[in-house]
Write a protein that binds this ligand. Structure first.
Ligand SMILES: [Zn+2]
Length: 139
């Protein structure tokens, strides 16, 4: 009896609050809510601005550019579905528009990843209509 020993990587679960984020990602765009009162962009998407409590939010397509605030290398998979991807870089990205986003950095040489490094968004197709925003070093 054969058996697939590696389950698939978990697929993000969308809800009404995050659906625009995932819809934009599936089109190859990074989009986050901007607050109409304090003018700040936030990640992760929420129904209320985490900075001022306003519900006046509008989705904005971002540049996709940022810098690495901090990072680490995961050498042990965060579950069986991540096993094929180790080692991988988990990073906090300071987006050009001001939000700080948790993501992955895909680099040919993970030892070259550094705090302050310029990165750009890229998208990995995970399923039909689901693409995962990840980052790669900027050229
Ligand atoms: Zn606000």
């Amino acid at each position: 009896m054969s058996q697939d020993a590696t389950p698939n990587r978990p697929i993000p679960i969308t809800d009404p609050t995050t659906a625009p984020f995932w819809a934009a990602a599936s089109r190859g765009q990074l989009s986050l809510p901007r607050c109409g009162d304090c003018d700040r962009v936030h990640y992760y998407p929420r129904a209320v601005c985490p900075h001022c409590g306003s519900e006046s939010l509008a989705w904005e397509t971002l540049s996709g550019r940022g810098t690495i605030h901090s990072w680490t290398v995961s050498r042990r998979p965060a579950g069986a579905g991540f096993k094929p991807y180790v080692p991988y870089v988990v990073a906090l990205i300071d987006l050009e528009e001001g939000a700080r986003m948790l993501s992955n950095v895909r680099a040919d040489d993970i030892e070259s990843v550094a705090i302050g490094q310029a990165v750009v968004v890229d998208f990995e197709e995970m399923a039909e209509d689901i693409a995962l925003p990840v980052f790669r070093p900027a050229d």
